[in-house]
Write a protein that binds this ligand. Sequence first.
Ligand code: COA
Ligand code: MG
Length: 292
Amino acid sequence: MTDPKYRPRRSCLYMPASNTRALDKAKGLAADTIIFDLEDAVAPDAKDQARENACAALQSGDYGERELVVRINAMDTPWFAKDLRHACRSGADAVLVPKILNADDIIQITRLMDEHADSPKTRLWAMIEMPQAILKLAEIAALGLDQRLTTFVMGFNDLAKEMRAGHDRATFLPVMTQAVIAARAYGLDILDSVYNDFSDPAGLEAECLQASKLGFDGKTLIHPAQIEIANRAFSPDPKEIDEAQAIIAAFADPANAGKGVIVVDGKMTELLHLKQAKQLVATAQAIEALAR
Ligand code: COA
Ligand code: MG
């Protein structure tokens, strides 16, 4: 593996943790990541029960190799501290915190997570959905170097509301590019926002392919029908894998030993392309390993 940290996050399915039928169904779904939601999809009266359900699910061992994440309530709500503590102690792979405003929020949450000494493995994911966070993307991402922060998750439903904008994808393209640049500058992963119309597979596929081209690792989803589309769109296609393997083979050819630039399939190919090719093959292998 070129990047030992790499883990497929093509399809990250939210489900309200108050919905026990959905929690149960998720055990058999092909989502790379399951996000148990305690926030917007859960009514205030159901918050405590949802937290209990999520913690029981985390501890059940019933979700196989899937990555398990809990989206907790925001820092300014009465549920935040308890959600954070319980999610960490139940062994969540990550806690996703909504309505992050700035780097101080990340520092504060990380300190609280450190206090839960039994949760060294739980990572922090940040929802990027507030205008304030967009203005501070670089400062927030920079904390990824030494804090628990590993992943940005875009939230365009909230961002549209805050901006008083419509849901036209064009509105968010500049933000998507900026967020990918900030994430990559500091080694974070980044996931696209949800596609609300779960009965429109073509629209979802177009968004997934667009996000993949922009550099996103995967898409957050709201319905099981969306999983396969996201898995396909964020997997390298066979033609790309063949091209990558041809580049690796060409550089391994003794005739090209010591060369920094060669010609493969009529195209200039440099050592940076070799690195990219190895990364792509490693990604394909990690995805294949999941399918077993
Ligand atoms: N995770 C797991 N299972 C889900 C699911 C999800 N997100 N959404 C639907 N399902 C299940 C249903 O329980 C149902 O299972 P069943 O056939 O065994 O009864 C099946 O998939 C088909 O569901 P369907 O009837 O098409 O949808 P619905 O009307 O029950 O639910 C939503 C529609 C939008 C309410 C539901 O998909 C949902 O709650 N999505 C997640 C919302 C969320 O978490 N939002 C926060 C982040 S934006
Ligand atoms: Mg939100």
